[in-house]
Design a protein around this ligand. Structure first.
Ligand code: IMP
Length: 185
C-alpha cells in the first residue's frame, strides 16, 4: 500500500476519499495542516492557491479538495461561498431561501481535487453531481448540505446513504474516479 496524504480538517470528506482510494491500494492519511481558502471565482482557483501554499510546507504526495453546491434558482449561489454560507445559515437557511419554490429546485455539487505526486507534479480532476434540493432535512449520515441534496434519479438524500453509496453518485466520487483512472494509466 502507498501512503497518500489528504490535507483536510473534514472527517466526512476523509472517509469518502479513503473508501474510494483503497481501490487503487492507497492508504489515505488525514493531515490537518490548515491552508488558506482564498475567496476566488472558481473551485479550481481555490485548489491551485492551496496547492502552492502546501507545496512550500509539505514534501510528501498529497491531495486537497474543494467543493461547493450551485443552486440554479439562486443564480448558482452559494457555489464558491458554500463553506461560509453553511457556517452562517446551514441547511435551514438554504431551505428558507427556496421557501415557496415548488418545482425549480435544481442544484449541482462540484468537486475539484488536486493530486501532487512524489515528483511534485500537480494534476487536477473535477467531478459533479446533478440533483435537487429537498423540502426538509432528511438523514443523519454525511456532512454539510447532505441532508437537503437528492441526486438525480434518486429519492433519498446524500445523508441517507452509506459512504459507498454516496461515492457512487457524488461529485467527489466522480472526481476521484477521474483521479483513479489517471493513476491506473
Ligand atoms: P469545502 O470544500 O470544505 O470548502 O466545502 C464547502 C462547503 O460545502 C462546506 O460547508 C461543506 O460542508 C460543503 N460540502 C462540501 N462537500 C460536500 C458534500 O459532499 N456534501 C455536503 N456538503 C458538502
Amino acid at each position: 500500500m502507498k501512503d497518500l496524504y489528504f490535507i483536510t480538517s473534514n472527517k466526512g470528506k476523509y472517509k469518502e476519499v479513503a473508501n474510494k482510494l483503497i481501490e487503487a491500494d492507497f492508504k489515505v492519511i488525514q493531515k490537518n495542516l490548515g491552508y488558506p481558502e482564498v475567496q476566488a471565482n472558481s473551485l479550481e482557483d481555490v485548489v491551485n492557491f492551496g496547492v502552492s501554499y502546501i507545496l512550500e510546507r509539505f514534501h510528501k504526495p498529497f491531495i486537497i479538495e474543494d467543493a461547493g453546491i450551485f443552486i440554479k434558482n439562486l443564480n448558482d449561489f452559494p457555489g464558491v461561498y458554500s463553506a461560509d454560507v453553511f457556517y452562517k445559515i446551514g441547511c435551514k437557511g438554504i431551505l428558507k431561501l427556496l421557501d415557496g419554490i415548488k418545482k425549480d429546485r435544481g442544484a449541482c455539487f462540484k468537486s475539484v481535487i488536486a493530486y501532487v505526486n512524489s515528483d511534485k507534479q500537480i494534476h487536477v480532476f473535477a467531478g459533479e453531481c446533478f440533483g435537487h434540493i429537498g423540502f426538509e432535512e432528511v438523514g443523519d449520515n454525511g456532512f454539510g448540505y447532505d441532508p437537503v441534496f437528492i441526486p438525480k434519479c434518486e429519492n433519498k438524500t446524500f445523508a441517507e446513504m452509506t459512504v459507498d453509496e454516496k461515492n457512487r453518485f457524488s461529485h467527489r466520487g466522480n472526481s476521484l474516479d477521474r483521479l483513479l483512472g489517471f493513476i491506473k494509466e
